[in-house]
Design a protein around this ligand. Structure first.
Ligand code: PLP
Length: 397
């Protein structure tokens, strides 16, 4: 037998989803409303499916072969026009999804840099680092008291900060002022920001930044990863992108994009040519209209659920698909169990995303059961759903 790669011992066991599933299996499937999932429930647009079918036909008489590792230039141009008027299309690298890019970014960083990661967090940033053997991870509490953002007054010495906005799991969106201060700090203390904007299309408030590059000077300190998954229903098709600006340099003054190009040429042969055609259709006028309708539908589900949960304190839902529900006097697992037992609604205990998630549960507006769940919570009463003392509903003034 082979000796085991010792880095795997640095990972937490994957019991969270196993335990959630075991608890869910105790209830009849037809009664269970699964609001734990982050996967989409609305289809890709007609523009995308028609283009995919047409391009698939074309493959029977056209040889495509390997494409460029960095993806199609046309798609990079379309992304630049849609999301990044401040950048050059050559700074955008198309990929098979944000998760895969996060993994490859760890290869770019190596396993010896000091990483700052939000707590609670999407687990992939830390797990990809640990698999490479990096133990130099500092978790940065992002709680209600710190506006769900790292406390920049107490930021430890780090080389890289992973930041996700709109955030999974808290649903919080970083403000312009928070990002300006962060970019300023990254410039003066010379650390790299890896900004995950996979949910940026959910931002409705025009005052909130959708990209880190809306902040002046960010192109000297930040890489951005993003995705077609959630906005365009591409979770299974696999398409994303990574921005590595030309001005971004390492401490010796070497442009980082040169190393990034080496990484993708070595570990990746570029995204699927077919799916990239789907991506182009997604960014067409009609494709973007369909995206906006999809986002509106998810946000309207989030709103119904948020209303039903009143007067509990809930973050997210207006500019993000996740609701981060504070359950007073309960730890996350107790809240999870109560909601499951009393209303057969499946959530994720906040502590599963990190210690600072204790006392919260995450609900996902991607679920097709959202409306039914909202109605059920309203019918049973939010206090009874969560075994809480009778909560007083704030009266309109
Ligand atoms: N980033 C965040 C914050 C996510 O929540 C997810 C998926 O849930 C991803 C990235 C993964 O995106 P992709 O499907 O493009 O790999």
């Amino acid at each position: 037998m082979l000796p085991r790669n010792p880095h795997f011992t640095l990972l937490e066991p994957t019991y969270l989803f196993q335990k959630i599933q075991e608890r869910a299996d105790l209830y009849p499937k037809e009664e269970l409303l699964n609001l734990s999932i982050g996967d989409v429930s609305l289809p890709i647009s007609k523009e995308c499916s028609a283009t995919l079918a047409e391009e698939a036909q074309r493959l029977s008489h056209t040889i495509t072969g390997y494409g460029p590792s960095r993806g199609s230039h046309r798609l990079a141009e379309a992304l630049q026009q849609t999301y990044y008027p401040m950048l050059d299309p050559n700074e955008i690298y198309i990929s098979d999804g944000a998760k895969c890019d996060i993994g490859r970014l760890q290869i770019l960083l190596g396993n010896n840099l000091r990483l700052g990661i939000q707590d609670p967090t999407y687990p992939v940033y830390a797990d990809t680092a640990r698999i490479l053997g990096n133990e130099r991870i500092t978790l940065l509490p992002c709680t209600k008291e710190s506006d769900y953002f790292p406390n920049l007054d107490e930021l430890p010495e780090i080389d890289v900060l992973f930041l996700c906005s709109p955030n999974n799991p808290t649903g919080a969106v970083a403000t312009r002022a928070q990002l300006e201060r962060l970019v300023q700090l990254a410039r003066s203390r010379r650390f790299l920001i890896i900004f995950d904007s996979a949910y940026s299309d959910f931002i409705q408030d025009p005052g909130l930044p959708k990209s880190i590059y809306e902040i002046e000077g960010a192109d000297e300190v930040a890489i951005e990863t993003s995705s077609f998954s959630k906005s365009f229903g591409f979770t299974g098709l696999r398409l994303g992108w990574c921005v590595v600006p030309k001005k971004l340099k390492d401490r010796e003054g070497r442009p980082l994009y040169l190393d990034w190009e080496r990484v993708i040429a070595t570990f990746f042969n570029g995204p699927s040519c077919l799916v990239q055609c789907g991506g182009l259709a997604a960014l067409s006028k009609k494709g973007l209209e369909a995206r906006d309708q999809t986002i509106n539908e998810y946000l309207s589900r989030a709103q119904q659920l948020k209303n039903a949960l009143s007067p509990l304190e809930v973050t997210g839902g207006e500019n993000s698909p996740y609701l981060w529900v504070s359950v007073p006097q309960k730890n996350s697992w107790e809240a999870f169990e109560a909601l499951l037992e009393n209303a057969q609604i499946l959530s994720i205990p906040g502590s599963g995303f990190g210690a600072s998630g204790g006392g919260y549960i995450r609900l996902s507006a991607f679920s097709k059961s959202c409306t039914t769940a909202a109605q059920r919570v309203q019918a049973i009463g939010v206090s009874s759903c969560l075994d809480l003392p009778q909560l007083s509903v704030p009266q309109p003034i």
